[in-house]
Design a protein around this ligand. Structure first.
Ligand SMILES: [Fe+2]
Ligand SMILES: [Fe+2]
Length: 363
């Protein structure tokens, strides 16, 4: 299966991953053939990308986070947010919710660490009210995988998971019109938006039983390695390791998501952006494992090569993620009998772009 923007989904495509509503109920099951009216409805519901299957897809990818678990995490996170944004939260209820969330995340750690597909199979939940949760949960999966690559112990990984879920909690303080504004923000709106790290920190301070890492991640995830970030222009290792991990995952996830004023970048473009930011925006020691973690061209992706040929990714070279094995279907602008091309064996051909259909299918 492969991930495509909803604008590129056609009637007759088969859904590659079940879709559920916020309470974990299945809306559409994996394997359903999509009709025009299903596709229209999914757009109205706020889905921006979908996993689909068609005659070119071969790979099976398992769901990392089960819809029920996602619904439970969102439910607990909402309840905790509600408590913390009150002036005097009920500490007993707050404690209960935090304990519950911690134990769900503990079990989720095993699912994430045990899944080779975790990074290529991020959530595609709908994008309106829960959009901050989609972002936070995807950041959580990435951060845990990255933390594991950096050899963090289990307790650190759990703290990383909790901190990721709440890193943008301060956005609760930002008016919805600004969060969902379908255009670039004006200077005074940016100023308000940039208050969310400190607001998040202040909210989370009220949850004294949460490890301090969570509120520190909220405070520091927009700081940059070269000191040009916000709110405190902290530099290099003046921020916590957890915050530096969160910074890379945060930017990557945000770039790949659709926004009201632009469509999301492909995984390979967002990955290149993070790699290019090593030493300026991001900690180079984190970018290194990140680049090995995120595969820019997952199996079944459609790609165009630098010589104009087009095909489908069929094999991944673990040591050269940029150079996959591609089954070529289009050459010289024409459909050809397919054959394999292993880019690891050739120096002069590269992947030029991720595409969503072959040029011969256009129209
Ligand atoms: Fe943020
Ligand atoms: Fe974020």
């Amino acid at each position: 299966m492969r991930l495509v923007p909803i604008s590129a989904v056609h009637e007759g495509n088969v859904l590659g991953q079940s879709l559920s509503d916020e309470s974990g109920r299945i809306l559409l099951r994996k394997g359903v053939k999509l009709s025009e009216s299903f596709i229209r409805q999914l757009k109205t519901l706020g889905y921006d990308t979908l996993y689909i299957e068609d005659e070119y897809t071969e790979a099976e990818v398992d769901e990392v986070l089960k819809p029920k678990v996602v619904a439970e995490i969102i439910h607990m996170a909402e309840s905790i947010t509600k408590h913390l944004t009150q002036s005097r939260p009920n500490q007993r209820n707050l404690n209960d919710s935090i304990n519950r969330l911690t134990s769900i995340l503990e079990s989720v750690l095993d699912d994430i660490l045990g899944s080779p597909d975790a990074v290529t199979n991020l959530l595609t939940i709908s994008n309106f009210d829960e959009f901050t949760y989609k972002h936070s949960l995807n950041c959580m999966v990435l951060a845990v995988m990255l933390g594991d690559k950096l050899n963090l112990d289990r307790e650190s990984l759990l703290n990383l998971a909790i901190g990721s879920v709440f890193h943008d909690m301060g956005k609760f303080f930002v008016p919805k019109e600004i969060l969902l504004k379908p255009a670039k923000l004006l200077p005074d709106e940016i100023e308000l938006m940039q208050k969310h790290p400190r607001e998040g920190y202040n909210y989370l301070k009220k949850a004294s039983q949460l490890m301090p890492t969570a509120r520190i991640m909220a405070l520091e995830h927009h700081e940059k390695w070269d000191g040009s970030g916000y709110p405190s222009r902290k530099k290099g290792e003046d921020t916590y390791l957890h915050s530096r991990i969160s910074a890379a995952c945060d930017v990557f996830e945000a770039l790949t998501a659709n926004r009201p004023y632009r469509s999301g970048w492909s995984v390979s473009e967002a990955r290149s952006f993070v790699i290019a930011g090593a030493g300026t925006h991001f900690d180079p020691d984190i970018v290194q494992p990140f680049s090995r973690l995120v595969n820019p061209y997952p199996l079944d992706s459609f790609v165009r090569l630098s010589d104009g040929r087009e095909g489908v990714v069929r094999g991944v070279n673990q040591t050269l993620l940029d150079r996959p094995e591609v089954e070529i279907f289009v050459e010289g602008g024409r459909t050809v009998t397919s054959y394999m091309e292993n880019l690891a064996d050739s120096n002069d051909v590269l992947v030029a772009a991720v595409i969503h259909q072959f040029s011969t299918q256009a129209g």
